[in-house]
Design a protein around this ligand. Structure first.
Ligand SMILES: Cc1ncc(COP(=O)(O)O)c(C=O)c1O
Length: 460
């Protein structure tokens, strides 16, 4: 058999023309979102004041297995997709493992991450509905950049609330986002009631994704013809991100391989949800049985130490309630360097699959060990990975080293979600030996759990 190439690309013609909705194959759906005003399950019309109509429909669609990708979005995808499925021959050699390591590299666009896949879709549908401006939050800055790119492409105004600690760590994110014509503010800011409230309680807070979401939602609701868009967590975002998994699935078919282990970092769950979607579909329909691992920071361990409970998606408690693994919407994670993984909750789809044992395992890793893996990977694969993505690299390396011990030649797939060019403060601190690990105590976590909402008859 001829050797598998370093990089496998689909042709433009082979690119998926439909997203895959894994919910259609789930035996049981995640518990419904609840409207915190009525305490009743959310309907499309409850969502449309916040998000645009087509996206609200996608959010609640549990039956359409495939959803057409509109041609305009397909055309935009072609500017930066297909992304390569890369065989990590050099990494394998450096590790001395018999494992076959593959990664799907999503960092080859200016946003530096997979986030553009959903940004393109969300801005397109907003524009089509006649929405003139959008608001959003961003953690690491990749989502904000991706959305700024898509907004300038489709011609919609955008305001981005960026988690303050990341805003300070990565000043050039602001310049990139402004270059694409969007407005960016550090969150919490004094421009919203939610932001002012958070600042009153803790003027020195570094913020969190939960705070930034509150600010963005408030601004969207108060601004005429404006909607809010979210870069992760929601079912619709996982749907758009299924393009990652669909391309990967097809690429594996082309080279006659199939992964035994699938690994993704998990912040809100969108890249992992997208990468694993068709493989999870295979599992749910009995065609294959890959082993799935979600990787999160030890400093923000929603899957490994969180509660499976209804919670707000934001700190300001204005969003619908979602049943998910959560550390509590008031939990503010320590200022680690993986801004995109500093989120108190987790996608309801990922949470449900994990709770039901379909997503086999969640692992929490410390940031110094993550950066050990990131710099090792960079040396052999020549890509400088984002700190978020490096969580998946850490576990892929650990699994490959296990194979070295057992002599098994497992096929390992991980998502390399992005590049770390804006994370040089993090790399500098690691290189100087100044990086530390913060792991919350049980007491810290109890404070977050204490603020979980009460829902009569459901969560007392
Ligand atoms: C490069 C990168 N990877 C991963 C993530 C985590 O997000 P998600 O879990 O939604 O994929 C982010 C979020 O900002 C990111 O920027």
């Amino acid at each position: 058999m001829s050797k598998v190439p370093y990089r496998t690309y689909l042709t433009e013609k082979e690119m998926p023309t439909k997203w895959y909705n894994v919910k259609a194959d789930m035996k049981e759906q995640h518990d419904p979102y609840i409207n915190p005003g009525t305490m009743k399950p959310i309907k499309v019309e409850d969502l449309t004041p916040i998000v645009c109509e087509e996206l609200a429909k996608q959010e609640l669609d549990c039956t359409s297995r495939y959803i057409d990708i509109p041609e305009e979005i397909q055309d935009f995808y072609k500017v930066f997709r297909p992304s390569p499925l890369i065989r990590a021959y050099n990494l394998e050699k450096a590790l001395g493992t018999p494992a076959k390591i593959y990664y799907k590299f999503e960092g080859n666009n200016t946003s530096g991450s997979h986030k553009l896949n959903s940004a393109a879709a969300q801005v397109y549908y907003a524009k089509k509905q006649g929405i003139t401006s959008l608001t959003t939050e961003t953690g690491a800055g990749q989502w904000g950049t991706a959305l700024a790119m898509a907004s300038s492409f489709f011609g919609v105004d955008l305001t981005v609330y960026m988690v303050k600690v990341s805003f300070m760590q990565k000043p050039f994110r602001k310049s990139v986002i402004e270059t694409f014509g969007a407005k960016i503010l550090p969150s919490p800011s004094d421009t919203t009631e939610a932001g002012r409230k958070i600042l009153e309680k803790d003027p020195d807070t570094g913020g969190s994704l939960g705070c930034a979401i509150s600010e963005a939602v408030e601004t969207a609701v108060k601004t005429p013809n404006c909607r809010y868009v979210l870069g992760s967590v929601l079912d619709q975002v996982l749907l758009h991100q299924s393009i990652i998994g669909l391309e990967t699935h097809k690429a594996f078919e082309k080279i006659g391989e199939y992964p035994d282990i699938i690994i993704g970092c998990a912040g809100g769950g969108s890249n992992l949800g997208g990468l694993m979607a068709p493989f999870m579909g295979d599992k749910l329909t009995g065609k294959a049985n890959p082993y799935f691992i979600a990787v999160e920071p030890a400093s923000c361990p929603s899957l490994t130490r969180g509660k499976y409970a209804y919670d707000f998606c934001d700190t300001g408690m204005v969003t619908p309630l979602a049943k998910m693994y959560t550390l509590g919407s008031q939990f503010i994670p320590s200022a680690n360097h993986a801004g995109g993984l500093r989120y108190h909750g987790m996608s309801p789809i990922i949470s449900k699959l994990y709770h039901d044992g379909q997503l086999n395992e969640a692992r929490a890793v410390e940031q110094t060990k993550v950066f050990d893996a990131a710099s090792f990977f960079a040396k052999y694969e020549t890509i400088l990975p984002a700190p978020e993505s490096s969580h998946a690299i850490r576990v892929a390396i650990d699994e490959a080293l296990k194979c070295k011990e057992t002599g098994e030649a497992k096929t390992i797939l991980f998502g390399l979600t992005g590049t770390g060019y804006f994370d040089m403060n993090a790399y500098a601190s690691y290189n100087a030996g100044e990086m530390s690990d913060y792991i919350p105590t049980d007491e810290d976590l109890e404070k977050g759990f204490a603020a979980l909402p009460k829902i009569p008859g459901i969560q007392e």
